[in-house]
Design a protein around this ligand. Sequence first.
Ligand SMILES: *[C@@H]1O[C@H](CO)[C@@H](O)[C@H](O)[C@H]1NC(C)=O
Ligand SMILES: *[C@@H]1O[C@H](CO)[C@@H](O)[C@H](O)[C@H]1NC(C)=O
Ligand SMILES: *[C@@H]1O[C@H](CO)[C@@H](O)[C@H](O)[C@H]1NC(C)=O
Ligand SMILES: *[C@@H]1O[C@H](CO)[C@@H](O)[C@H](O)[C@H]1NC(C)=O
Ligand SMILES: *[C@@H]1O[C@H](CO)[C@@H](O)[C@H](O)[C@H]1NC(C)=O
Ligand SMILES: *[C@@H]1O[C@H](CO)[C@@H](O)[C@H](O)[C@H]1NC(C)=O
Length: 438
Amino acid sequence: MENQQILMLIIYTTFFCFIPTSSTITPNQSLKYHETLVSSAGTFEAGFFDFENSRRQYFGIWYKDISPRIIVWVANRNVPAQNSTALLKLTHQGDIVILDGSGGRVWSSNSSKTAVKPVLQLLDSGNLVVKDGESSDNFLWESFDYPGDTFLAGMKLKSDFVTGPYQYLTSWRDNDDPAEGEFSYMIDTKGFPQQVTTHGTTILYSTGPWNGYLFSGVSWERMHRFLNFSFEFTNKGISYGYETLNSSVLTRTMLKLNLRGATERFLWSNQRQSWDIVNNHPTDQCEYFATCGVNSICNVNNLPICECLQGFTPKFQAKWDSHDWSGGCVRKTKLSCDNGDWFKEYTGIKLPETSSSWFDRSLSLQECETLCLRNCSCTAYANSDIRDGGSGCLLWFHDIVDMRTHNDQGQEIHTRLPFSERGNFISISILCLFVRFS
Ligand SMILES: *[C@@H]1O[C@H](CO)[C@@H](O)[C@H](O)[C@H]1NC(C)=O
Ligand SMILES: *[C@@H]1O[C@H](CO)[C@@H](O)[C@H](O)[C@H]1NC(C)=O
Ligand SMILES: *[C@@H]1O[C@H](CO)[C@@H](O)[C@H](O)[C@H]1NC(C)=O
Ligand SMILES: *[C@@H]1O[C@H](CO)[C@@H](O)[C@H](O)[C@H]1NC(C)=O
Ligand SMILES: *[C@@H]1O[C@H](CO)[C@@H](O)[C@H](O)[C@H]1NC(C)=O
Ligand SMILES: *[C@@H]1O[C@H](CO)[C@@H](O)[C@H](O)[C@H]1NC(C)=O
């Protein structure tokens, strides 16, 4: 028995001696099919792969030792090499190039910086990097700057306030085609930053604006038990990412954007040796963008699920009654736009879409209300950050859209109403009092 184990060990060791697996490549080395790079702790592996019944070759990164294999990044996702004679090389300038059988360039990393002693390395985070010198921490190029369909811990999604998102996820086109598909998962910074998943140029669903913990529509308390999320505001834009809280317990985690635009967050269970899906979107009908049209609230526990906000009535009553809510709701009475207007507080809410909102992260909720009252087109306000009792000011103008009751916690929003709505409320109260005491 013992001999057998020793023999196995020898076979195992020899096997690894002959397969060139290392975590780095220098300009004089290359990788061909069946040769791989392995990160130092053995978490990730990078190399050429293909799909059944196809001679198209891709260079990608996957979790080592997990089957079925999950590809987390593909270099030449739009431009496969046509057969297994493909080769990956690092040039003396520090560019990664993929060559086909005839030596033609299929793909190049196009690094803007040139190296003196470039080294290509696969890190244990799953980041494939080009460094200048073995011990340098300065990356000339890194795969984390070019996300595919998988959001790994340590990666950042980024958006510029002026030019918009420039690091975001894009779905695969098909199960055996990693080319850029039609769905994208990004941080929209047209107004206050929010997460949106788009299908082409339209929003499929949004998990809502950032609230200090996470996005307004997700179960942020639960997610914070596993992961440490970060959301950095700079003058130019935002950067969103996450880290695992305790890497000795949680070794592998990822968020995948699938072929139909849904997102699934996976955690690896060492105990069961399988993936757990801890969060996925969209989960219900209320999550699809603007299900109930404008100025309404979606609640999956109600029947029908759509209801107009207080002070509003369906724009097309007959359609609304037949569950076509796309027309949304309109005001029963115009805002007076003077001091008679007031705000109704809704709690337990996923905040509405923010692409035409305004924000100031230093104002208080009081100042926020004052600002909103002062502008006739302002229709709602809320704190932009709900941590530590709330801070910052977020204003909505004209119609508000994609508001729903939250599945667990939710937050507060104040919607603007004309004096007459308060009047109704007061007269109903008086009537009730009258009925009670008579
Ligand atoms: C790489 O190859 C070139 C020429 O083939 C040689 O001059 C150089 O010393 C080699 N570099 C390394 C690090 O082996
Ligand atoms: C591989 O592809 C190259 C061109 O991309 C071609 O020249 C070569 O003949 C092909 N090899 C095989 C075995 O198909
Ligand atoms: C690198 O540059 C070449 C030539 O400008 C271009 O064809 C190719 O698409 C670029 N590759 C990437 C990955 O951007
Ligand atoms: C979360 O990450 C930040 C740095 O981004 C760090 O300062 C903080 O201590 C981390 N929190 C936890 C609970 O690990
Ligand atoms: C991480 O988890 C391990 C095992 O449960 C524990 O021993 C260790 O103290 C934890 N580390 C931190 C920083 O929480
Ligand atoms: C009200 O807010 C809108 C949107 O920010 C802005 O365009 C408009 O100028 C403001 N009006 C006043 C009177 O401040």
